[in-house]
Every structure is written in structure tokens, then in C-alpha cells.
Design a binder for this molecule. Structure first.
Ligand SMILES: [Fe+2]
Ligand SMILES: [Fe+2]
Length: 210
């Protein structure tokens, strides 16, 4: 069976987002291991990306379209879908708080409590990454298979039309060029051993002239 365009878009966007999340975790772990401050500019660029695309567009399409459609066709995952909706509602706020924390770390790097503040931020960031990766795992393991078994041809046509629009520009060839300077900044400032992996590959594919 061929994969529905909607399922492909969701899975592709999840892999890009996972790559960015894992890169943030790696950046923090490596900086701590070397006893240096993490690169705040890169952190800010990656958090900005998460807020700008996955939070505003990817989550919105799931909560506004996919989940209500699933609820109409099956009651099987009602509790799970409620939890995922709560995650969507909370995580935009969480990423804004994390962006603020990065700013505070930069502005207050000379303050006496700077080291404790950095440790707090790292713990918060690692918790955010772990819960986000778990959220993605639940969608892929539980939600997408249910969608494939209960949604109708008409449902898929409606979803495919919506999901093929506003796709993640870091993932897809047909993207919004306004994101290009942001991705160049992430790529240029990220230390070489901490590459974005699949996200970098995706960028090269979508912007071969960069
Ligand atoms: Fe989600
Ligand atoms: Fe998702």
C-alpha cells in the first residue's frame, strides 16, 4: 500500500523536527563536557525554527484537522488524542519560555548565579526534548496507524489537500524561501561535529544553491 501524502508529510516533518531537537541536546551535552558555554546564537535559531514552524503550522494541522476527523471515525484513541492536544497547547508556551531563558543566559552571563541558571536551563531543555520526542513517537506508533485503518477516501482527500500546503520548509523542496536565511545561519554557526544530520541533508536538497 502506498503511503498517503498526509502521512508522508507528517513523518517527514517529524524527522526534521527530531533532528533539530536531538542537535540541541547534543549541543548542550557537548558544551558541558568541554566546559564551555553553548552557542547561544545557534540555540536561539533552533528554538525560533521550532516555534515558527512545528509549533504554529504542524501542530495546528494535527489539532484542527487530523484529530477531530479521527474522533469522528473512532473512539479508540480518545484519551491519547486528548493528551496530544494538551501537549500542543502547552508546548508553544514552553518554547517561548525556553527562548526567554536563552536570552537571560546571554544577558546575565557574568552574574554570580549564571552557572546555576545554565544548569537549570539545560535540565528544562532536556526534559522538553524528551517529552517532544515521546509525543512524536505516540503519533507515529498509535495515531497514524489508526488513521490508516479508519479514515475514508474522502477524509484523506481533505487531509492531503491541507497537509500539502504550508509544509515544513526545512523538510520539503517546495518551501517558503523566507526561511532560507534562518537555516543558513543554523548551518553556518553550528560546530562541525554537531551537524543537523537529516535536517542538513534536507536543506541541501531543498536549496542546492546555498
Ligand atoms: Fe503533534
Ligand atoms: Fe506531529
Amino acid at each position: 500500500m502506498t503511503m498517503h501524502p498526509t502521512v508522508r508529510v507528517i513523518r517527514d516533518e517529524h524527522s526534521t523536527l527530531s533532528a533539530v531537537l536531538r542537535s540541541i541536546g547534543l549541543l548542550l551535552t557537548e558544551s558541558r563536557r568541554h566546559g564551555v558555554e553553548p552557542d547561544f546564537q545557534v540555540l536561539r535559531a533552533m528554538l525560533f525554527y521550532i516555534d515558527e514552524f512545528p509549533e504554529r503550522v504542524h501542530h495546528t494541522k494535527e489539532t484542527a484537522l487530523l484529530f477531530p476527523m479521527l474522533r469522528r471515525r473512532s473512539s479508540e484513541l480518545a484519551v491519547v488524542l486528548d493528551r496530544l492536544d494538551r501537549d500542543h497547547a502547552a508546548s508553544h508556551r514552553a518554547v517561548l519560555d525556553l527562548q526567554h531563558d536563552v536570552l537571560a543566559l546571554e544577558m546575565m552571563s557574568e552574574a554570580p548565579h549564571a552557572k546555576a541558571r545554565l544548569a537549570d536551563f539545560e535540565a528544562k531543555m532536556h526534559a522538553y526534548i524528551a517529552s517532544y520526542l515521546d509525543h512524536i513517537r505516540v503519533e507515529e506508533v498509535d495515531v497514524l496507524p489508526l488513521a490508516e485503518s479508519v479514515l475514508t477516501v474522502g477524509d484523506w482527500a481533505q487531509l492531503d489537500e491541507a497537509f500539502m500546503q504550508n509544509r515544513d520548509p526545512l523538510t520539503h523542496r517546495v518551501g517558503d524561501d523566507s526561511f532560507r536565511p534562518l537555516f543558513k545561519r543554523i548551518l553556518m554557526t553550528l560546530p562541525a561535529p554537531l551537524g543537523l544530520g537529516s535536517a542538513m541533508e534536507a536543506l541541501k536538497a531543498s536549496h542546492p544553491r546555498s
